[in-house]
Design a protein around this ligand. Structure first.
Ligand code: ATP
Ligand code: MG
Length: 549
């Protein structure tokens, strides 16, 4: 197999409950099967590695290799994936798309404020400052729970393929995800009954899925433009070692934004051509958005198409009003030009961070459905100064990489090593400025420590905050958690020295420990605040999910 073969995969044509999978079950170690999952903003994909080593993308019950990351909270309970599309039409306020964008995000984040103005469903602030989604019945759900519903559906697809339980997964995440977003992804998986064996950054997964470990040594630039985010990573592959040198991206740039820009223009067209304003009619806007998205897809292949909505609104008489408008590729490109311009900065920043010039890049890898758009390819070619490598399945390659990582962790693939870097620095503060403990782009896993001394006689506890970011100014960083070191021994001020150890794991998860410097005795740490769901809520939801399969 040469570089690139890994990306192709095999379509799963097996019937549900495949009997071959059942016989394989006996040979497997206890603890269930593991799969690779690309939990995407728009689409999620699940892949496995067949016994002969070939990657296989599993298909949804509808026969598709990608499952829309959609959950419709219908009156009869949550509907997930393709079937949830009906909800977009009937009750857009209860049909959640793009939950990945909300995962681990604070409600006061400027982009969340902006999103809440344009989304057809309502965002609300959770008591700890997280972003949740309000469902009209007076109930709200966390994005973790929405993602858990998607992951559970994926688990079912995989279990139908294997004919036995699937309990573990490698899940891919944007490389720039902070610790709160990583933890939120893990919590969603746990609620869905999946143990995350590793979170893998999407660009690493893409280069692995592309078959880079089998090809020649190369300096890659991975550009992944999906539904919600734009991710850029400089990845070096040398003798089977994958090293992510730098990662950047735009967390709020993707196909959804292009769709919205098109819809804004179409709403104006409806107003001038038909004389009515549909701005506040969520159903009409949603129908327009879906039609616009279809047209966008067509315009990647043809220069002219049309937007067609059979029933945009209903007149008081009950008569349906249809809407159609011819649309040209150059119009689409013009309407999305301000978004396309945002492709340049993260690419330049990625090169800057790893001290490379664009001539140093040997291959530009295009990932994500939006890279099918010709203007996106042109812009990436212009900024990088080279023709990008177009792969046949830009939406599937990340999941293939995740499945290969499962095989690697199980020892089926040898001679491949993935080296990742910390997306953000880690800092601590004791009420004042932040002090950097782990620098951004440090190779993970990594461990550092700081020593805190007591300031008063007989001080019993020391409280400190943990931040993600690089600035000494706390306001520029993100508060991850607040801790208290408890039960300090009574002593004069400054005599008790506490060693706080911070670890960033291979997949970017942050762990803390505390001990007394002199005696080496472990000290108890109490977490006073942390972003994301409380452990008790994760466990409660996990039980609840297990009871209603
Ligand atoms: N032929 C096409 N032309 C243009 N855009 C397309 C085409 N096919 C898919 N897309 C767009 O690609 C986006 C989805 O891409 P993809 O499935 O890679 O995203 P994702 O992995 O769910 O998102 P993310 O990686 O941001 O989490 C959508 O905006 C979709 O409209
Ligand atoms: Mg993606």
């Amino acid at each position: 197999m040469t570089a690139g073969d890994g990306a192709r995969g095999t379509r799963d044509s097996s019937a549900r409950g495949n009997p071959r999978g059942a016989t394989e079950a006996r040979a497997r170690p206890r603890g269930g099967q593991a799969v690779g999952i690309d939990l995407g903003t728009s689409n999620s994909v699940v892949a496995v590695i067949d016994k002969d080593g070939a990657p296989r993308i599993l298909t949804t019950p509808e026969g598709s290799t990608t499952m829309p990351s959609l959950v419709w909270f219908s009156p009869d309970g949550p509907v997930v994936g393709e079937l949830a599309r009906a909800g977009l039409d009937y009750s857009p306020d209860l049909t959640i798309f793009g939950a990945k964008r909300l995962l681990g995000r604070r409600f006061d984040h400027p982009e969340i404020r902006r999103l809440s103005r344009v989304l057809p469903f309502e965002l609300v602030e959770a008591p700890n400052g997280d972003t949740w989604i309000a469902l009209s019945a007076g109930r709200s759900v966390s994005p973790e729970e929405v993602c858990a519903l998607i992951l559970r559906e994926i688990r079912h697809i995989a279990e139908d393929h294997y004919g036995e339980p699937v309990t573990r997964a490698v899940i891919t995440i944007p490389a720039w995800y902070d610790a709160a977003q990583r933890q939120a992804t893990k919590d969603a998986a746990q609620i869905a009954g999946l143990t995350v064996v590793r979170l893998l950054s999407e660009p690493t997964a893409a280069s692995l899925g592309h078959g880079a470990h089998r090809g020649a040594d190369r300096r890659y630039l991975v550009c992944d433009l999906g539904g919600g985010t734009f991710d850029v990573a400089a990845v070096d592959v040398q003798a089977g070692i994958f090293e992510v040198l730098a990662t950047t991206g735009d967390a709020f740039l993707g196909g959804d934004d292009v769709d919205r820009a098109v819809v804004d223009n179409l709403i104006r067209d409806v107003r001038s051509a038909r004389g009515f304003d549909i701005t506040s009619d969520t159903i009409a806007v949603e129908r327009l958005r879906l039609a616009a998205q279809n047209t966008k897809h067509e315009l990647s292949d043809v220069a002219v198409s049309k937007v067609y909505v059979p029933e945009l609104v209903q007149l008081p008489s009950g008569r349906a009003v249809e809407y159609q408008k011819p649309m040209r590729r150059d119009e689409l490109e013009q309407w999305s030009s301000s978004l396309i311009r945002r492709i340049e900065a993260p690419i330049r920043e990625a090169l800057r961070r790893c001290g490379r010039k664009r001539e140093d890049i040997e291959e530009v890898l295009l990932v994500g459905g939006m890279t099918r758009m010709p203007v996106v390819r042109r812009e990436i070619a212009r900024v990088t100064g080279r023709e990008p490598h177009v792969i046949p399945n830009p939406e599937e390659v990340v999941a293939v990489g995740a499945a290969l990582e499962v095989a690697r962790l199980e020892g089926a693939i040898e001679g491949v090593l993935l080296i990742d870097v910390a997306a953000r620095g880690l800092a601590v503060s004791l009420g004042g400025d932040c002090e950097q403990v782990i620098a951004q782009s440090s190779v993970v896993p990594t461990r550092e420590h700081r020593v805190f001394g007591t300031r008063h006689d007989d001080q019993l506890r020391i409280e400190f905050d943990v931040w993600e970011g690089e600035s000494p100014d706390p306001a520029q960083n993100r508060l991850l958690s607040r801790y208290a070191v408890l039960d300090l021994p009574p002593a004069p001020a400054g005599d008790v020295l506490v060693l706080v150890e911070m670890t960033i794991d291979t997949d970017g998860t942050v762990r803390l420990g505390a001990s007394e410097l002199v005696s080496g005795e472990r000290l108890q740490l109490e977490q006073l605040y942390h972003a994301g769901l409380a452990r008790t809520d994760v466990l409660r939801l996990q039980r609840q999910f297990a009871e209603t399969p």
